[in-house]
Ligand binder design. Structure first.
Ligand SMILES: Cc1ncc(COP(=O)(O)O)c(C=O)c1O
Length: 461
C-alpha cells in the first residue's frame, strides 16, 4: 500500500491500543460474526470501540458496593445536573427543571411522544434519510417519508433542505400532525442552523404541527456547537388542551374519575408498583392515546449514550413545556413502569459533571479517522463519494459510482470484503445506492476495513 500523507499519530494509536478490544458482546461485533462466517469487521451500529475511563469504572464499582438495584426513584441530582447542562452547554435558559422528564432511552422517549401526540390512524412525518428505528415509532402508526432536498450537494452546508410547500401539502393531505427530525441528522451529519430551526418552528406553528427533535447527537459536532431546538421552546399559548381520557370525556368529572388523572411527579417511576396508586389505573394506553393535545408543541429528546459511548447504560430525557403533554408522558412512564436504572442515573451525573474531557478525546480520535478515510478514498476508492457532514462518527456514502456492487453495496462489501456496513435503504426507501459506515474504531481496524473494500473492488473487475 502506498504511504498515505495523513498518518495516524502513533501516540494516539498506542493510547487506545493498550486497552482496545472489540467487544464481542456488543450488538455490532456480535451481529457481524453471526451474519457470516469468518472475521467480519463490524462498522454498523453507532457506538465506539474506545475504552471507558478509569473514572467511569469507579462509578460502576461504587455503585456495585452501595447502589440501589431495586425499582428506582429519581436521584436528587439528576434533574439539577441535567438542567445546568441544558443552560450552560445548549444555552436554553428558557428551560426549567419541571420541563425535563427522564426515560430509559431515546427510542422509548420518541415512542412515548408519538403515542402522546400523533392522532391514531394518521401517519407521523419523518424527514429522510433518517435513523431506521425512527420509522417504527409507536406502532401501529403509519409513516409519511419526506425526503430532504439536495442531500448530495457539493457544498455540505447546502445539503438537506426542506421543501416546505411539499411538506405542507403532503402533511395536510395525510392529516399528519407530527414532524420528526434528528438534529444533528443521522446519517447526514447535518447540523440544523438557527435560521432553519426558526423556519421549521414557524411552519409548525402556522400549520398546527408538533415537532419532535431527536438530539442524541447534539454534542457530536466537529466545528461550532449545534443549536438545540430546546432554545426555541416556549410555553404553549394555552395549557387547557383536551387531554382527558376518553372515558372521562364522556362523563362529567366525578371525584373518582378525577382521581384517575395522571399527575406530574418528580420520581422516575413513582408508585408504579401499586395499581391503586398508579395515577391512571384502569385506563389503557389505547384509550388514553386518543385524547388530543391541540397546541402545537416542540419536544426535544437528549441522552448520554452517543456523547459518552454508553448505549448499553443509557439515560434519556424529554424537554417540553407543554403541561398536558407532560401529564400524558407521566402517565406513559407510570403505565409501563419505566425509568432509567439507578446506575444509568449515577453515570449521567458523573459524566455531565466531569465527562467532557473524555468526550473531547473520543472526538479527536474520530477526527483523525475521518481524515484518514477521506485521504484513503481519494487515493484508492474514488468511486465512494463521502458525504461528510459537520457532526457524528458515522459517514454517509454515495456508492452509486460502483458498477460492480449489483443492487446492494452493503451486501457486496459484506460478502467480498467481510466488512459489515449498513445499507442505505434502511434510512429511507430511495437510498439503495448508499451505505453508512461507523468510523469510531481503532485506526488499524479502519485501515484494514478500507484495504479490504479496496481489494474487493479491484477483484471484481
Ligand atoms: C438519531 C438516533 N436516535 C436514537 C438512537 C438510539 O437511541 P437510544 O439507544 O437511546 O434509544 C440512535 C442510535 O444510533 C440515533 O442515531
Amino acid at each position: 500500500m502506498e504511504k498515505l500523507t495523513t498518518t495516524l499519530s502513533s501516540q494516539t494509536v498506542s493510547e487506545i491500543e493498550k486497552d482496545f478490544q472489540p467487544d464481542a458482546h456488543s450488538y455490532r461485533w456480535n451481529t457481524a460474526k453471526k451474519d457470516t462466517l469468518g472475521d467480519v469487521i463490524g462498522l454498523t451500529t453507532a457506538d465506539m470501540d474506545f475504552p471507558r475511563t478509569p473514572q467511569m469504572q469507579q462509578v460502576i464499582v461504587n455503585f456495585a458496593e452501595k447502589g440501589c438495584l431495586m425499582y428506582p426513584t429519581q436521584h436528587p441530582k439528576l434533574n439539577p445536573v441535567t438542567l445546568r447542562r441544558i443552560h450552560n452547554r445548549y444555552k436554553a435558559s428558557n428551560i426549567e427543571s419541571e420541563d425535563i422528564l427522564f426515560f430509559p432511552s431515546v427510542l422509548t422517549a420518541m415512542n412515548a411522544l408519538v403515542w402522546a401526540l400523533n392522532p391514531p390512524n394518521t401517519p407521523y412525518t419523518l424527514l429522510t434519510p433518517n435513523y431506521p428505528p425512527l420509522f417504527n415509532l409507536s406502532q401501529p402508526s403509519k409513516i409519511l417519508e419526506m425526503p430532504l432536498l439536495d442531500t448530495e450537494h457539493e457544498d455540505p452546508t447546502q445539503r438537506g433542505r426542506i421543501d416546505f410547500a411539499k411538506l405542507k401539502t403532503e402533511m395536510h393531505l395525510r392529516q399528519s400532525k407530527v414532524l420528526v427530525i434528528s438534529n444533528p441528522s443521522n446519517p447526514l451529519g447535518k447540523v440544523w442552523q438557527p435560521t432553519e430551526i426558526n423556519e421549521i418552528i414557524d411552519f409548525a406553528r402556522k400549520n398546527a404541527i408538533h415537532v419532535l427533535s431527536d438530539e442524541i447527537w447534539i454534542d457530536w459536532t466537529f466545528e461550532s456547537p449545534a443549536t438545540s431546538f430546546a432554545k426555541f421552546i416556549t410555553s404553549p399559548t394555552s395549557n387547557h388542551s383536551a387531554i382527558l381520557p376518553v372515558e372521562s370525556q364522556s362523563q362529567p368529572a366525578t371525584k373518582s374519575t378525577a382521581a384517575k388523572q395522571p399527575t406530574t411527579s418528580k420520581s422516575c417511576c413513582n408508585a408504579s408498583f401499586d395499581p391503586k396508586k398508579t395515577p391512571a389505573a384502569g385506563i389503557s394506553p389505547v384509550e388514553y392515546s386518543t385524547s388530543e393535545i391541540s397546541d402545537p408543541t416542540v419536544a426535544v429528546v437528549m441522552a448520554t449514550s452517543k456523547t459518552f459511548n454508553i448505549g448499553g447504560l443509557n439515560c434519556a430525557y424529554i424537554i417540553t413545556k407543554n403541561k398536558p403533554l407532560k401529564k400524558k408522558l407521566q402517565y406513559y412512564l407510570n403505565f409501563y413502569c419505566t425509568a432509567p436504572s439507578q446506575l444509568a442515573q449515577h453515570m449521567l451525573i458523573h459524566l455531565y459533571e466531569q465527562g467532557d474531557e473524555t468526550f473531547h478525546h473520543y472526538k479527536e480520535l474520530v477526527r483523525k479517522n475521518r481524515d484518514y478515510l477521506v485521504e484513503f478514498c481519494r487515493e484508492k476508492i474514488p468511486q465512494l463519494r463521502l458525504l461528510l457532514g459537520a457532526a457524528s462518527h458515522v459517514v454517509w456514502i454515495d456508492a452509486s459510482a460502483l458498477t460492480t456492487t449489483a443492487s446492494n453495496p452493503a451486501d457486496f462489501f459484506l460478502k467480498n470484503a467481510k466488512v459489515h456496513l449498513f445499507h442505505g435503504s434502511a434510512f429511507g426507501s430511495q437510498y439503495t445506492k448508499f451505505i453508512r459506515m461507523n468510523i469510531a474504531t481503532h485506526p488499524h481496524i479502519l485501515a484494514e476495513a478500507l484495504n479490504r473494500m479496496h481489494q474487493a473492488i479491484k477483484n471484481s473487475h
